[in-house]
Design a protein around this ligand. Structure first.
Ligand SMILES: Nc1nc2c(ncn2[C@@H]2O[C@H](COP(=O)(O)OP(=O)(O)O)[C@@H](O)[C@H]2O)c(=O)[nH]1
Ligand SMILES: [Mg+2]
Length: 363
């Protein structure tokens, strides 16, 4: 790893502390030299220069701040798909995750309404902002999945949708007048809702995950886990993991994409805890003087964000706070790349794809 050129960059701790705190204020309140070094985890690199103050600070580490500013300005896309039978709490969970009405609740069957014959695919976008960072969140809902008597091939329209987004991106990418920033509608993660039967996965579950695990990041969750006891949950989780393994199904985070030992040990913990047994709710209750999201039952309140009650908080932390960027990267570098390679191969080159859809620029 070490580079063989011994350039004496010099210890710049002093000058850095005085002159280069500008712009770190927002992210690092009270950003003194110590906190700053600690915060970025590069204190070691600063000190390794050997004490020469001749050259002083160059400012390479300000790339982080520069990137932060750009990211804040540009915002980013995050596209999440939910799949599972009706009534498993998909819309509720998405709203719980993002603490807002980003997903419409199923209205229930009206009197003369028939069960839909096919799977509808609905994408709804919202711009959410937190700490000055804008996220364009698109929730792709798949009402009707698994609701028919014969559910053969019900993964097909979903697979088609996922590939269509790759195709759209590819078309933009190979355009001669391509956009500076290609709008990203690719599905970054697919949350698959497992019915809390306590028995085993259904063939529909296996079939879906098997078919799609190579084209999208699948995150299975046990829906409505408040309907199971702690023991039942543990046993069910174990069984699901075993069945996934027996079926040769790799869900996200996939072992083969761990980049280093740190990744591996972080992701091993996730893999051992999967599938997260979740509870969703958009109602608030007062518990010990604090307002919490929960479900009120005859025997008490199930607190959605209490790790002793369910694994919602673990799912949220994993999905948003630790792996959001990785979900995007795996989608781009692995799933999209696979699609792209296949597509360009079967086309024998780029040309046949570019011929339509170029009317957007008004040249
Ligand atoms: N017991 C329980 N009920 C839930 C949970 N999440 C949602 N529900 C309820 O289940 C019903 C269907 O929820 P909805 O989010 O519309 O399901 P969807 O069809 O999968 O989108 C609603 O009455 C919700 O209040 C949960 O975690 N546990
Ligand atoms: Mg719904």
């Amino acid at each position: 790893v070490s580079v063989a050129i011994p350039v004496p960059i010099g210890s710049h701790v002093a000058s850095h502390a005085v002159g280069h705190n500008v712009g770190h204020g927002a992210g690092h309140v009270g950003g003194l030299a110590a906190a700053h070094n600690g915060g970025h985890g590069h204190a070691g690199a600063h000190r390794s220069g050997g004490g020469s103050t001749l050259l002083g600070y160059i400012g390479i580490d300000t790339i982080i701040e520069q990137m932060r500013k750009k990211t804040m300005k540009a915002g980013f896309d995050f596209n999440i798909m939910v799949v599972g039978n009706s009534g498993l709490g998909k819309s509720t969970l998405v709203n719980t995750l993002f603490k807002s009405q980003v997903s419409r609740r199923s209205a229930g069957w009206a009197r003369d309404e028939k069960i839909p014959k096919t799977i509808e695919i609905k994408a709804v976008s919202h711009v959410l902002e937190e700490g000055g960072v804008k996220m364009k969140l698109t929730v792709v809902d798949t009402p009707g999945f698994g609701d028919q008597i014969n559910n053969d091939n019900c993964w097909e329209p979903i697979s088609k949708y996922i590939n269509e987004q790759y195709e759209k991106f590819l078309k933009e990418e190979v355009n001669i007048t391509r956009k500076k920033r290609i709008p990203d509608t690719r599905v970054h993660c697919c949350i698959y809702f497992i019915t809390p039967t306590g028995h085993s996965l259904r063939s529909l579950d296996i079939e879906f995950m098997k078919r799609l695990s190579h084209s999208v990041n699948i995150i299975p969750v046990i829906a409505k886990s408040d309907t199971m006891t702690i023991e039942e949950r543990l046993e069910f989780k174990q069984r699901v993991r075993k069945e996934l393994e027996m079926g040769g199904i790799e869900v996200y985070p996939q072992k083969e994409f761990d980049e280093d030992m740190e990744d591996k040990s972080d992701n091993d913990k996730i893999r051992e805890a999967m599938p997260f047994a979740v509870v969703g709710s958009d109602k608030e209750y007062q518990v010990n003087g604090k307002r919490v999201l929960g479900r009120k039952t005859a025997w008490g309140i199930v607190e959605v964000e209490n790790p002793n009650h369910c694994e919602f908080a673990q799912l949220r932390d994993f999905l948003i706070r630790s792996h959001l960027q990785d979900l995007k990267e795996v989608t781009h570098n692995i799933h999209y790349e696979t699609y792209r390679a296949k597509r360009l191969n079967e086309n024998g080159g780029l040309h046949p794809i570019t011929c339509n859809d170029t009317q957007e620029s008004n040249l």
